[in-house]
Ligand binder design. Structure first.
Ligand SMILES: NC(=O)c1ccc[n+]([C@@H]2O[C@H](COP(=O)([O-])OP(=O)(O)OC[C@H]3O[C@@H](n4cnc5c(N)ncnc54)[C@H](O)[C@@H]3O)[C@@H](O)[C@H]2O)c1
Length: 256
């Protein structure tokens, strides 16, 4: 098999950096995208930055990708709630769909999105925001987000990420491109630390019951992403894999 080409957004920090490091260690060529310290420096919060980033990634990989991990995202404590929706959903979706042709060219290939266990444990998910995201209505989603709490926008954007994954199984499966998501719980990263330091979200994060007794390390989610990208996961398609130390199972034991 030739060189494996993997694109990772949010590659400069946290989970994306851990994924990039793990895939490079496994011998893949990683094209990292981020606001800084990346192969492709771009802002995924708006259409121009997304188009520039996609053009650079598709150029760098020669039109063929074997993996995509769109990790770039903002936490619930970010004061600009419209920006959370733009980066977490629309930046993600632009990359997912913009890389589909290259992934198809590299088939068998796989994408792994980053959702969150906030999707199931935050009771405030806003259906109108989720629907606006999935309909591709960025202006409407941004307007809705400004009226909502940061945690609601965050969790809603991550519900939309998970549903976007599930909605692509038919077309992507036929093309030989698997698509899944991980739903992480708390992982040590600058995003989690910023949440801890927030006067509203900090106490809620500290109060989260974690059956494993500690937050995860970024490599503990990167290892699951590596598995989902690999041939060992050849029949895993359309799955949302919780990697959350048991939090979802603890809080919703019968939700299956
Ligand atoms: N850390 C956690 O506990 C946790 C839990 C669940 C989900 N997640 C998700 O994992 C992903 C990575 O989070 P993290 O904890 O590694 O955070 P992080 O802050 O360490 O890394 C996020 C990266 O995204 C980049 N980014 C932000 N806005 C961008 C933009 N407009 N354009 C390009 N890049 C941009 C940042 O520069 C940063 O390098 C996010 O989608 C986050 O929602 C994290």
């Amino acid at each position: 098999m030739g060189e494996r080409m993997i694109a990772v957004t949010g590659s400069a920090s946290g989970l994306g950096a851990a994924v990039a490091a793990r895939m490079r260690a496994a011998g893949a060529t990683v094209i990292g995208v981020d606001l800084h310290d990346a192969d492709v420096v771009a802002d995924l919060s708006g259409a121009d930055g997304r188009a520039a980033a996609l053009g650079a990634v598709l150029g760098a990989c020669g039109g063929t990708l074997h993996g995509l991990v769109p990790c770039a995202g903002l936490g619930p404590q970010v004061p600009d709630h419209a920006l959370i929706a733009s980066v977490n959903y629309f930046g993600f979706a632009a990359f997912l769909d913009g890389c589909f042709g290259a992934l198809r060219a590299g088939a068998p290939a796989a994408a792994v999105a980053i959702s969150s266990n906030s999707t199931t444990i935050d009771p405030t998910v806003d259906a109108a925001l989720v629907d606006a995201c999935l309909a591709g209505e960025e202006a409407g989603a941004r307007a809705r987000a400004t009226d909502l709490a940061g945690n609601t926008v965050y969790a809603s954007s991550k519900v939309a990420v998970a549903r976007a994954v599930r909605r692509r199984v038919t077309e992507w499966g036929a093309a030989g491109v698997r698509v899944n998501a991980v739903a992480p719980g708390p992982f040590e990263s600058p995003l989690l630390q910023a949440g801890r330091e927030d006067p509203v979200f900090g106490p809620a994060i500290e109060a989260l019951p974690v059956p494993t007794g500690r937050p995860g390390t970024p490599d503990e989610v990167a290892s699951v992403v590596e598995f989902l990208l690999s041939p060992a996961a050849a029949y895993v398609h359309g799955s949302i894999v919780f990697v959350d130390g048991g939090i979802d199972a603890l809080l919703r034991p019968d939700a299956i």
